[in-house]
Design a protein around this ligand. Structure first.
Ligand code: AMP
Length: 236
């Protein structure tokens, strides 16, 4: 489909940024959205956790920072995302879960995407109450192998304490304990406001994440389909 300038509508929604506090449902909604749109969803948290398992100085440093609930340095996380984009991860659409979390990261992403000729991202901000976040985080379980997320309250595994996909024993993430959760929420509050301000304007969407999972999922999919229709690119 071409417009009068000879541009054509992109056949994918471009880069979608899932923004929200820990426990806002980014992981769950990210994988549902990925299935709906047929594009991958990558979480910087998962990428960094994989790196943290390495027995290297960087791995050890990452383990320490992440277990405390603090953010990993902009330099380190931007390098991870830059490597992804350079490998072409966003060429056919990509959902990024948990990035950017600071204005420096947002500016870095804008520069990198502009240099690669990628259109501006669609930002989905999942907003939930503090009680909702703590409730979800303490009940969250994850498969250490395939990274699927379950929740003892809202989405228990049909196999009890085992993953439905591969039968691995589900684990509680090291940073999902109450003290660390409070630190992560404080960090998020402190750093998120400037990022939200940075993204105000077209392409930014605030979504009430306290509602039923399916209702939220449908709204996110609708926004992305609309963005897909509006996106014009020079071929893809
Ligand atoms: P998440 O799985 O998104 O909750 O992230 C878990 C942890 O990974 C965070 O508490 C941070 O330590 C680290 N992390 C993930 N994404 C970022 C990011 N964009 N910037 C800095 N640290 C991050």
């Amino acid at each position: 489909m071409s417009d009068s300038n000879g541009h054509h509508a992109s056949s994918h929604p471009g880069v979608v940024l899932l923004f929200g506090a820990p426990g806002s449902g980014k992981g769950t909604q990210g994988s549902r959205l990925a299935a709906q749109l047929g594009i991958p969803c990558l979480s910087t948290g998962d990428l960094l956790r994989a790196e943290a398992q390495q027995d290297t100085p960087t791995g050890r440093q990452l383990r320490e920072v992440m277990a405390s609930g603090a953010l990993v340095s902009d330099e380190m996380v931007c390098a991870v995302v830059e490597a992804l984009l350079e490998r072409g991860a966003a060429d056919h659409g990509l959902i990024l879960d948990g990035f950017p979390r600071t204005v420096a990261q947002a500016k870095f992403l804008d520069r990198t995407m502009a240099n690669m000729g990628l259109p501006r991202p669609t930002v989905l901000h999942l907003e939930v109450s503090v009680e909702g976040m703590v409730r979800r985080l303490t009940a969250r379980r994850q498969c250490p192998k395939c990274k699927s997320i379950y929740n003892l309250i809202s989405r228990p595994s049909l196999l009890g304490d085992r993953c439905e996909n591969d039968g691995e024993t589900l684990v509680t993430r090291a940073d999902d304990n109450e003290a660390t959760i409070v630190h992560r929420l404080e960090e998020f509050d402190r750093l998120s406001k400037p990022v939200i301000d940075y993204y105000q304007g077209p392409g930014y969407h605030r979504v009430d994440g306290d509602r039923d999972l399916d209702v939220v999922a449908n709204e996110l999919t609708d926004i992305c389909h609309l963005a897909q229709l509006e996106t014009r690119s020079f071929g893809d």
